[in-house]
Structures are given as C-alpha cells and as structure tokens.
Design a protein around this ligand. Structure first.
Ligand SMILES: Nc1ncnc2c1ncn2[C@@H]1O[C@H](COP(=O)(O)OP(=O)(O)OP(=O)(O)O)[C@@H](O)[C@H]1O
Ligand SMILES: [Mg+2]
Length: 410
C-alpha cells in the first residue's frame, strides 16, 4: 500500500494514450512513480476525439494498465492535452484600486485577472489558462507580484491559452464514460515545463519545444514566467508520411524505418547503405536507401525547427534566449535532433528529462514522459486550480493565489 497523496496523469495523444500514477508526501516536491499505462491511440486526431468508442477503449486500456502496475484504483485524473485546437493570445486587464490606503490585495489581483479574460472570446473557445506575465502599478512596470504595494491603478499583461469548446467537452465526456473524473485539463506544454525546466532556465530565458505526433508545442519563458506559447501543426507523423511517400512503402513500414533506422544526420550515412524492407514488413519487400530516408527525415525536422524559429522571430527572441532550447516529446528521440536544433535555432539545445522523481524511474526517465510526469508535478504544486472558470467561480482564493505565486518567480 502506498503512502502519501495519490496523483494520476493521463496524456491524450494522437499516437499514444499514456497514464502515470505517483505518490507524494506532504510538502515534498519529489514524486514517487508507482505505475504507468500505455495504449495506442486510434480515436484521437490532432488532440480531438474522432472515434468515441475507440478513444474510450484506448483510455480504459491505459488506465487499467496503470491500475494493475500501481495497485491503486484510479478515480481522478489530471489530463494533458495538445493539438491544433489549442490557441493562445495576449491580453491586458486594468482596474482601479479603491481599498484602504490604496494597498493592493489578493482580491485586486483576482479582479485584474478577471478583467484580462473579459475580452470577447468566440463562443467556440474555452479558456484553459490565464498566465500573468507581469503587473504594473500606476507607472511602475514589470512587477511580478503586486500584493502589498500601494497604487491607484493595477494593470496585468496576461497570456491566455484556449481550447475548442467541443474538443474539451468531448474529452470530458469520454473520461466520464471511462469512469474517471477529470480534475484539470492542462495544456501539455505547461506540464512539460513543470518537469523539465528549472527556475534558473525560466529566469534567464528558454524555449521549451515538445514534438509529438500531430503537432509541435512550444513555450517561451523569461523572467520566470511564460511570455509566449504556440502550437505548430507539424509533428512526427508528418515525418512518417513523408517517408511512406518517398520510399514508396506503407505507413506502418515507414514508421518502422523511422524508429529503427532513422536519423536527422544524413552526412553520417554512406550512400551504399540499404534497408531491406522485407526484414521489417510483411507487405513491402523492396530495398530502400538509408541515406534517402535520412534526407527525408532531416528535411521535415528542419522544417519544424524553422517554424519554431519563425515563432521566436515574431517575439524578437530568435537566437536571444540564454538558457537555449529544451526538447521533449517522443519525436525528439530521433538521432541527430539535438544537433539539427542547435543549428536551426542558433541556440544551445538539450533534451528535457523529467526531474524530481523516484520509484520506477527507469520507466519514465525519457523526454517522452516529460508531459506525464509534469502533470503530476503540476497537480502537486497547484492542486485543483487554475482553469479560469475555476479561478473565478469555484476556487478558494488560497489555491488561486498559490497558483499565481507558483508561476511567478519567488
Ligand atoms: N525513438 C523515436 N525516434 C523518433 N521518433 C519517435 C520515436 N519514438 C516515437 N517517435 C515519434 O514520436 C511521435 C509520437 O510522439 P508523442 O508520443 O509525444 O505524441 P502524442 O502525444 O501521441 O501526439 P500529439 O501530442 O501530437 O497528439 C510519433 O510520430 C512517433 O513516430
Ligand atoms: Mg502529446
């Protein structure tokens, strides 16, 4: 029997559904991982449910797997989502301070954050996160935590992450049908940040890049908080599709070629090396050039990285982030991905491994588990917070403030 609080994370990916179970002792940061579960994902495309029955059966399989390994029944889950239905934008909120002595209280922070999300949101979008980037009090800018300061006007610059209402509702519905209660829907990139980035990196300036199957998520941190995030609609499955076309083989064979022989570094492959597809496939039996495969892979990874670079250019941070780039998601395990990223982004780049874990570490010590482990750390750190709906209506102020303080530098 495990001791400590039980936390469960569930990542609803387009290629895999993953579950993780961990325990954490009161006031500790280290998560003791006690179970993981995995299932192929056949009913999800680009983060949205496309086949309800398949999705339910795949999620159930991943949950059962994790229950078996951990020996713990799963009732509540923190859910990681990504996909092209996630959109982000910046917003600003302003309020007048009218309390005694014009001292800013936690209530004022709550009100200004509400003001920031009172922008006209299309009816098909739901706010998943409101992240304060910085506050201003009267003419003083770049304040990280204004409570206790004196002023008459409080302003916040906020980064808002939204999801498509129907996509979120369908995930909720699907989870209820599998018999679990979704505690929080967390954008995958924020979960990855919890497990892979340290305070120094976030303070100095870092770009976190998660390459999944259907898309690439990115977030830029500076002075301790998220200043920008984006979803790029290209990921590992596009690499596989390119290989299937270029090598004239099935998608299944192309995926095997990619995982077993793939590299982003064609210059390390001789033009005489061949892959005999009959060794890995029942349907394809011709031989293909390993160099050609590497060139196809390199081209698509390079495109993804240039799209990331374009996003950095938009915010004036291209080549300007001292803590560089951190890569996570399964697709970053492609050999040569780090070298290619360094060259394309003109930044120091490293893989993002989940930190502060114990237990069955060997199962999750991998950039593809960054979001799952991060979900547990997110859950441990913020508790049941901070979807904006909760933030406004359901949440106790204590937990809301814990969340705000948590994402601001201490
Ligand atoms: N060892 C590996 N080397 C290269 N690519 C890999 C490796 N293992 C998995 N991939 C690729 O990573 C992608 C899956 O990544 P991940 O599991 O992070 O995606 P997902 O969460 O299911 O999808 P998404 O977040 O886009 O909905 C697939 O395209 C797969 O081919
Ligand atoms: Mg994913």
């Amino acid at each position: 029997m495990s001791t400590g609080k039980i936390l469960v994370g569930l990542d609803i990916g387009s290629s895999k559904i993953r579950t993780i179970v961990g325990t954490v002792e009161d006031k500790k940061n280290t998560i003791n991982i006690i179970g993981v579960g995995l299932s192929p994902s056949n009913g999800i495309r680009k983060g949205m449910i496309t086949d309800f029955d398949e999705a339910i059966s795949n999620i159930t399989a991943a949950l059962d797997d994790a229950e078996r390994m951990s020996g713990e029944p799963i009732h509540r889950v923190y859910v990681g989502v990504s996909g092209t239905h996630i959109e982000t934008y910046d917003s600003r909120g302003v309020i007048a301070i009218n309390g005694q002595n014009a001292e800013i209280t936690e209530d004022d922070v709550d009100r200004v954050l509400e003001a920031a999300q009172a922008v006209s949101l299309p009816s098909n979008r739901e706010i998943l996160r409101v992240i304060p980037k910085s506050f201003s009090v009267d003419s003083q800018k770049n304040i990280k935590y204004p409570v206790g300061m004196t002023g008459i006007r409080l302003e916040v610059e906020a980064h808002i992450i939204t999801g498509q209402v129907s996509a979120i509702k369908n995930i909720d519905k699907c989870l209820y049908q599998t018999g679990v209660d979704p505690q929080e829907i967390v954008p995958s990139i924020l979960a990855c940040a919890e497990s892979t980035l340290d305070r120094r990196q976030k303070e100095l300036g870092v770009v976190l890049i998660e390459i999944g199957a259907s898309c690439t998520n990115m977030a830029v941190f500076e002075e301790g908080s998220v200043i920008y995030s984006a979803v790029i609609p290209v990921g590992g499955e596009h690499v596989t599709n390119d290989l299937a076309i270029g090598l004239r083989c099935s998608i299944e064979t192309a995926e095997k070629v990619k995982i077993e022989y793939g590299t982003c570094l064609p210059k390390e492959i001789s033009d005489r090396e061949e892959i005999d597809l009959s060794q890995i496939s029942k349907t394809d039996n011709h031989a293909v050039s390993k160099l050609q495969a590497a060139k196809i892979i390199e081209a698509r990874y390079h495109e993804i990285l240039l799209l990331v670079k374009d996003e950095l250019l938009k915010i004036g941070r291209q080549g300007m982030l001292p803590a560089g780039g951190v890569l996570c998601g399964s697709a970053v395990k492609m050999p040569g991905c780090i070298d290619l990223s360094r060259e394309a982004l003109q930044l120091p780049v490293q893989l993002g491994f989940p930190r502060d874990i114990e237990g069955i570490v060997d199962r999750v010590d991998d950039p593809s588990f960054a979001n799952l482990v991060g979900l547990l750390q997110f859950a441990n750190r913020y508790g049941r917070t901070p979807s904006l709906l909760d933030f406004n209506f359901n949440q106790t102020f204590d937990s809301a403030m814990r969340w705000i303080k948590g994402i601001l530098p201490n």
